[in-house]
Design a protein. Structure first.
Lengths: 255, 261
């Protein structure tokens, strides 16, 4: 209970602090929306007249904004500069503050991106049914959690290398290619489709969009949720192990 | 002019030597660049498994375009970005004074004074992708197409330099504005032929923002060649862009009042 209140406080504090550099926030959002918009342009040209593909990419745009993670910028710098040592003295898990920052940034991304989402909806004459969107909602939450765990886990490489941002950048390339941004997984060549469905990247981005568009039947939806939960458990366990061994290496400044 | 060139080469050689001191970074950058190129090619392959042409471009042509885009991105990352990236900060802190006092053209030092040779990996890979594209097309570019490509890509480099520098020197008027990330976002749209985008975006990306010059126009030139008149127009656009940057730079410097005043 205490942790939940702390998390809420951290989120609220970060929401307000972010206001101080709101202009920069707009540029971050601009950068995040590019890949779904490019996907929308490419696939609308490749499959002209296909309404579902536009709807898929508009859903993907919203999900992208709700799952952004910047731990490689926010948290890695604390490790490099040694500021992490102050956090370590506080009587609470460090990850609470990281999650608070993450949620605050996501809320801002969604708010700023909302006009764009509505504009693309209107321009593409797209519409969503309420039921599939409701079924997709928990998947968005799981995707957001999984994306955070993925980025945070890769960011922990900062304990060992100076290249944490590059490592996370590599991870983002994987999400772009295999998560459903470069191409929706159902449009993958048949031989690659099972791989795309099993890897964790679809669970971070494409899966909720597929549900929202209504191209999955019940069996596939249940299977997708199972993959999401499985990868989340695996991710949390791995990240905890990484954090423990990384912390043992951490020597603050001058060590 | 010769002096500027010598200075430029000295800067490149210094950066190269500094780079070789950090070989692990070099390997890592090679790895990430290769993966992003492979990701780009794979994305194209998936799209073209579903369609014959994309905005009127075949698979081979799109690969040539991707290669050109890689080359241009590498040039941007190597020679332009490392210079102008922190320009707004230099204006705010007054460090720009340092540059203005040096006995060389200030716009040269601001925009081309140093470089980050790691980006050259992307340039080299871009040429590999170009080769792959022509392998897919089953033809080789003739002399005229190659000349057209050289002319248009030079214009592309100049326009990239000009637009990026103009964006940076807005800081002389509005120091709080940082638009680099937006520039990078727009840059991504150069990855595909501009014919892909709907009007009015296509118009904007061709004539207002020089996104078409990043890859679409040079790739078209390399595949089909361009009429001589267009090459002349392209060179004129490049020359005009340089003139605009110099004029805006002078106007901006008149506003600059250093940090303490």
């Amino acid at each position: 209970m205490r942790l939940v209140r702390l998390l809420a406080l951290y989120t609220w504090r970060e929401l307000l602090q972010t206001l101080a550099w709101r202009a920069f926030l707009f540029t971050l959002v601009a950068n995040q929306v590019v890949s779904p918009l490019l996907g929308l342009a490419v696939w609308s040209a490749a499959l002209p007249g296909d309404r579902q593909i536009s709807e898929y990419y508009i859903a993907l745009l919203a999900i992208q904004l709700m799952t952004v993670s910047y731990e490689h910028h926010t948290f890695a710098n604390g490790i490099y500069a040694g500021a992490l040592s102050q956090e370590l003295l506080k009587p609470q898990p460090i990850v609470v503050g990281v999650i608070g920052t993450n949620i605050a940034l996501r809320i801002w991304h969604l708010l700023i991106g909302l006009p764009l989402i509505l504009a693309t909806l209107w321009l593409a004459h797209a519409s969503f049914d309420l039921r599939p969107v409701l079924v997709a909602a928990p998947a968005v939450v799981l995707a957001a959690a999984l994306r955070f765990v993925w980025t945070y886990g890769l960011t922990l490489s900062a304990f060992w290398t100076q290249q944490a941002q590059g490592v996370v950048g590599f991870g983002e390339t994987l999400i772009f290619l295999l998560g459903g941004a470069a191409a929706p997984i159902p449009l993958f060549p048949a031989a690659l489709r099972p791989l795309g469905e099993a890897l964790p990247f679809r669970s971070m981005l494409g899966f909720p969009a597929e549900i929202a568009v209504g191209i999955l039947h019940r069996q596939q939806i249940l299977m997708g949720y199972a993959w999401q939960l499985l990868w989340l458990v695996v991710g949390v366990l791995l990240t905890r192990a990484l954090w423990k061994s990384g912390l043992r290496r951490f020597t603050a400044v001058g060590g | 002019m010769v002096r500027l060139l010598t200075l430029f080469c000295a800067g490149v050689s210094l950066s190269l030597r500094r780079l070789l001191a950090f070989r692990a970074n070099l390997l890592f950058q090679l790895f990430t660049t290769v993966t992003s190129v492979i990701a780009g090619l794979a994305a194209l392959a998936i799209v073209y498994a579903r369609t014959e042409t994309l905005g009127g471009w075949t698979l081979g042509e799109s690969i040539v375009l991707l290669g050109t885009y890689q080359i241009m991105s590498g040039v941007l990352a190597t020679f332009i970005e490392p210079n102008v990236q922190w320009f707004a900060g230099q204006v705010r802190s007054g460090q720009l004074d340092d540059i203005l006092l040096k006995p060389v053209s200030s716009i040269f030092l601001v925009s081309l004074g140093s470089c980050a040779p790691l980006g050259l990996i992307a340039v080299a890979l871009g040429f590999v992708v170009l080769g792959a594209g022509f392998g897919e097309l089953g033809v080789a570019p003739d002399a005229w197409s190659t000349l057209s490509w050289l002319v248009t890509i030079t214009t592309g480099v100049i326009l990239t330099w000009a637009s990026r520098v103009l964006l940076a020197i807005i800081a002389l008027w509005a120091p709080a504005l940082e638009l680099d990330v937006v520039y990078n976002a727009l840059w991504q749209f150069g990855r595909y032929p501009v014919t892909l985008y709907r009007q009015p975006f296509r118009f904007a990306l061709t004539y207002v923002l020089p996104v078409a010059f990043i890859a679409t126009i040079p790739a078209r030139a390399l595949i089909h060649g361009l009429p001589p008149l267009l090459l002349v127009v392209s060179s004129a656009i490049g020359a005009a862009a340089i003139g605009v940057v110099l004029a805006v730079w002078r106007a901006g410097l008149r506003r600059y009042t250093s940090a303490t005043s």
